[in-house]
Design a protein around this ligand. Sequence first.
Ligand code: HEC
Ligand code: HEC
Length: 332
Amino acid sequence: MRNALAAAALFALLFSAPVAAEELGATSAKFWSAPSVDALPYDAHSRLIRHGRDLITATYSHIGPDMPDRAQRFAGNNLACGNCHLHAGVKKFGLPLFGLAADFPAYSARAGAEITLQERINSCMTRSMNGRPLPISSDPMRAIVAYIQFLSKGVRRGEKLSGLGAGTMPELDRAADPARGRDIYQARCIDCHNVDGAGVQNSLPGLGAGYAFPPLWGSDSFNDGAGMARLITAANFIHSNMPDGVDYLHPRLSVEDAWDVAALMVSKPRPHRANLEKDYPDLLKKPVDAPYGPYADSFSEEQHKFGPYGPIRAKLKEIEKEKGEVKNPNVK
Ligand code: HEC
Ligand code: HEC
């Protein structure tokens, strides 16, 4: 019975909506699973990889804001990378960190330039972790890079493994609604993420032990320049992974509820990152759900935050087309 169900689910995923096929990342037919750190020997390089995994799962204990040695305080909050990059970065559609090392250096629309893997890690350090960048040659940076490279072993540049990102569920044709999201939060999230999204710490405050249940907003959360502060990323992450324990094959929230509870999270206060207006120098490449301006179009910040995105995308296409029709006088 279970097998039949699983087969039916797989069949549905493979052959139903184009969205589902894309979610499976069906460009690579090869079966691939993340290599296991536990199977490594105890040589120097393997120790570096293990250290990298520890940095992902218990970031606060190595580079957190409560480190006794001030020089080691790089993260500005007590989150762990693994609170978002689930299962130490190997969970499908839990923002995995596998199979991507060879793709760097990669073009980043946010930076408007090619960035290295180290620079990508530092962009989560300064946004998701609300902290400062790790020096390229520092031990923690070398360890995290070694771990991500290990998780990408045998994967070629350009090869897209299934399960990257957080998924792509259908969008609503209305704005996502934080007020409706509040009811969903009370019913489905508050038991773990606590009143006012504050989370539950592993031990007493100030002991640098991170969170059993991480905060979703407030002063110890990711800042407003983080990927998780964007509605589309947040809603898909929540739909594929929350309440903690579900996976993309067995979501427990309806699509609509995931959008609305994500809207609640996005509407709440969090640390502010300076100079956000300098992100995405080419505004046409700015994601439609970036919660801060400037924008290439004249839709409100409110609509960029909460949708609906159909009209914004249509307008951007128009602008792009018009731009393309301007003749460059220097080209004969
Ligand atoms: C609050 C959630 C959150 C935390 C905490 C977090 N990240 Fe991320 N990270 C994201 C999101 C969301 C993305 C994808 C962003 C996007 O869509 O542009 C991402 C992307 C990345 C990528 C690029 C992945 C790819 O597919 O190219 C790397 C590498 C990465 N993070 C490393 C880290 C490391 C290392 C840490 C800890 C120091 C960390 N992240 C902490 C949310 C987080
Ligand atoms: C059973 C407890 C539980 C429930 C219920 C739950 N979460 Fe989580 N959530 C977690 C845990 C634990 C993590 C961190 C996962 C890890 O470190 O492996 C997490 C991580 C997250 C993150 C990323 C990390 C961060 O701090 O932003 C978001 C966003 C999130 N949850 C949103 C929600 C939403 C929205 C709901 C309600 C629909 C929800 N969660 C319900 C336990 C829960």
